[in-house]
Design a protein around this ligand. Structure first.
Ligand code: ZN
Length: 297
C-alpha cells in the first residue's frame, strides 16, 4: 500500500492533530531532565505533524507537544479505531481486536505461566479492555480476574464474562491496600501519559512474591526493521521505549527483570519481580541515547 493511499484515507477522517496538540511536556518522564530533549522527527506514520523528541540524557522518546489527557480521551473514543482502520485498510473495531487478543493471550499464557513461582490466585489486567487476556490467563491458572479500563462498553463485556471490573485510567486508580498476585500491563505502556508513575503504582499493586508483566513496542527494533523513525512514530503513542529505557524505568521503580521475550511484531515483554529501587546507569543510557539519535537522524 502506498503512503499516498494511506494519507488520503487518513485525511478523509478530517482529524486536525496539528491544531490540537499543544501541551508542552516540561520534563523527561524517565530522568526528569528539563533540558535534554532533541527533535528527531516531525511527522508520524499517518502523516500528522507530530514532533518526536529524544532525551539525550536517558534516551526516552516522546511526543512534544502532545495532546492533553482530555484530548486523548476524545481521541480514543472517536478517532483511534477509525484511524487505525484507515491506516491498515481494513476494519479494526472491538470485535476484531478481541480476535487479535485471543491469539496474543494464547502466546502470553504459554510464555508467562510456566515462569511464575506459583499459580496466581488473583490477576489484574490494566487497560484490559473486554477481558480477553485476563480471562485466558485466569482460566488456565484458576485465578480470579480483575480488569481495569476506561471504556464502559468494553468493561461490560468483561463483567458479563464473570470478571470484576474497575472503570478508569490507571493514572487515577487508587487501589488502597489491595494487591494482586499477577499484574498485567499488555500493549498499553506506550499509550500512557505517565509511564514512570504508572510503573511505581504497578509495583505497589503487585503482591509480595508476585509478578508483573509489561510489554513495550521496542522502537530500536522498529527502526532497525523499517529504517525510518517516522514509520515508528504514531500520535496514539505518547512514549517510545527501548530495552535500555524500559530496564531503567524498572530499576527506578523497584522492579527486577526475571525473564523477557521479543515477539515477531516488535513487542518486547518483561516478567518482573519486586526488587530494590535504585539508580540506573546514566552514562550508559546517555551513550545509548546518542547512538539512537545518530541512527534515526
Ligand atoms: Zn531523560
Amino acid at each position: 500500500m502506498t503512503q499516498t493511499v494511506i494519507s488520503e484515507r487518513v485525511a478523509a477522517l478530517g482529524y486536525d492533530y496539528g491544531g490540537q496538540a499543544a501541551l508542552r511536556v516540561a520534563e523527561c518522564n524517565l530522568c526528569e531532565s528539563r533540558e535534554h530533549a532533541v527533535e528527531v522527527a516531525e511527522r508520524d506514520r499517518y502523516g500528522y505533524p507530530a514532533t518526536f523528541v529524544v532525551c539525550r540524557r536517558c534516551g526516552l522518546g516522546y511526543l512534544c507537544p502532545r495532546l492533553s489527557a482530555t484530548q486523548y480521551a476524545h481521541f480514543y473514543s472517536e478517532i483511534y479505531r477509525p484511524l487505525v482502520s484507515a491506516y491498515h485498510g481494513r476494519r479494526i473495531d472491538a470485535e476484531t481486536v478481541q480476535l487479535e487478543q485471543r491469539d496474543y493471550s494464547a502466546g502470553l499464557a504459554a510464555f508467562l505461566l510456566p515462569l511464575l513461582p506459583s499459580s496466581p490466585r488473583t490477576i489484574l489486567d490494566i487497560g484490559g479492555s473486554t477481558g480477553v487476556v485476563a480471562s485466558v490467563l485466569a482460566a488456565r491458572s484458576n485465578a480470579r480476574a480483575t480488569v481495569l479500563d476506561p471504556s464502559p462498553d468494553e468493561l461490560a463485556v468483561a463483567r458479563a464474562g464473570g470478571m470484576e471490573t474497575i472503570a478508569g485510567l490507571v493514572e487515577d486508580f487508587d487501589p488502597g491496600e489491595r494487591s494482586w498476585d499477577l499484574v498485567l500491563l499488555c500493549q498499553t505502556i506506550d499509550h500512557l501519559l505517565d509511564v514512570r508513575g504508572t510503573l511505581a503504582a504497578l509495583r505497589r499493586m503487585t503482591a509480595a512474591g508476585g509478578r508483573a508483566f509489561v510489554d513495550i513496542v521496542d522502537v530500536d527494533v522498529l527502526v532497525d526493521r523499517t529504517g525510518d523513525i517516522e514509520r515508528a512514530v504514531k500520535i496514539d503513542h505518547p512514549y517510545y521505549l527501548t530495552r535500555s529505557t524500559a530496564a531503567a524505568l524498572f530499576t527506578l521503580t523497584g522492579f527486577t527483570i526475571v525473564a523477557e521475550r521479543l515477539t515477531d511484531d516488535g513487542h518486547r515483554g518483561f516478567v518482573l519481580a519486586q526488587g530494590p529501587a535504585g539508580e540506573p546507569n546514566w552514562p550508559a543510557l546517555a551513550a545509548s541515547a546518542a547512538q539512537f539519535v545518530a541512527n534515526v537522524s
